[in-house]
Design a protein around this ligand. Sequence first.
Ligand code: SF4
Length: 443
Amino acid sequence: MNRVIPLQPISSGVNASHLACDSITVGHREFEVLKERGQREVFCGLTGIIWLHRKIQDAFFLVVGSRTCAHLVQSAAGVMIFAEPRFATAIIDDRDLAGLADANEELDRVVGQLLERRPDIKMLFLVGSCPSEVIKLDLSRAAQRLGKTYAPRVRILNYSGSGIETTFTQGEDACLAALVPELPKGMDSDEGVDLLVVGCLADVIEDQFSRIFSELGLQSYAFFPPRQSGQLPTIGANTRYLLAQPFLTETARILDERGAQRLAAPFPLGVEGTEKWFAAVAHEFAVSAERFEKVIAPKRARANLGLERHRETLKNKSIFFFPDSQLEIPLARFLSRELGMQLTEVGTPYLHRQHLADEMMMLPEGTSLSEGQDVEKQLDRCRSFRPDIVVCGLGLANPLEAEGMTTKWSIELVFTPIQGFDQAADLAELFARPLIRRTKLAA
Ligand code: SF4
């Protein structure tokens, strides 16, 4: 094993392909969801390291993987040449794969060197990959073993970012799920934080949301993950949590097990989604309707004004979503209801019935939903729709552009601050810009 700092970003899982439709009832509405299981074109969960390492500012992510994994992380990160990086890859080489070297010994040595050289690291994530899973390297045991050696200076955890049967936002879910057991438990049942916002948000958005919570009169709230690993919030039976991202299935499950209760809400994308997200908080913590309106009305008005200039570009334009980020359904809801776009097909890798129930209730009647992927069949459907814009992963964008279609990279929607009132216009612009560029090129 060597240490290197961070192409081959595409993970293609090939399975026997079959098609089936699932009928889902949400509230009083019935949805037919096309279920597909075939070849997928998605990034793997290692991609999440890019935004996770920016969020938790004293954490280090050590991928235990191949040169391919190293290239993926480095090329996705792109920058980081002037700062000491907080991610790296311990390369599993031929000797490890052939069983000639003891991978655990090698890993201990690499971790020892890293922690000796970097006293700023307070939390270390050992991140599993396809190769580490193939050679069955047990990173949870490694994390326990190393954790004992380096406690209390460094907390050592592990999760898998492997591309086997996963999609790229699941990396964040796996990381946060590994972090939930570390959250302190209050001595009394009401000793936890009242409200926990769960999911990585850009600092600028957290600051905006904090101001709104304060204006609504909330005193006890926290964001998870925190910016510093030593600031893990305490949770108790009084804790209500609100998902800020729609891809945190496992994290939510473990929080439920810890006794926290989820507040059902749409996601804070667009003006409407953001207002309803805050309304769920206001309702739970008995904020008066007058106070809520007083706080929200100016923000809503300003955000709606910002959307106005993009409506002309986006209204009646058709859009097709390939399944990738798991943000597809909230985005489709925003683009159809607030900007008048026409939904052709909304694909999502996984459709969490409970977490997305409020979102689905707001989709236009007859929205065509698909879950999972069989990429060739989906490409055929996309070509037959000939939508004005296609949202897809990087691997599909260039071929589709070459066929004359306009695309938006789904990964950009995760890297860009898009949540909240003040970002609603920026989010609309992400879809308007490629259409404007295409029009200019055609002129
Ligand atoms: S974890 Fe798997 S899919 Fe991801 S870069 Fe490494 S080998 Fe490729």
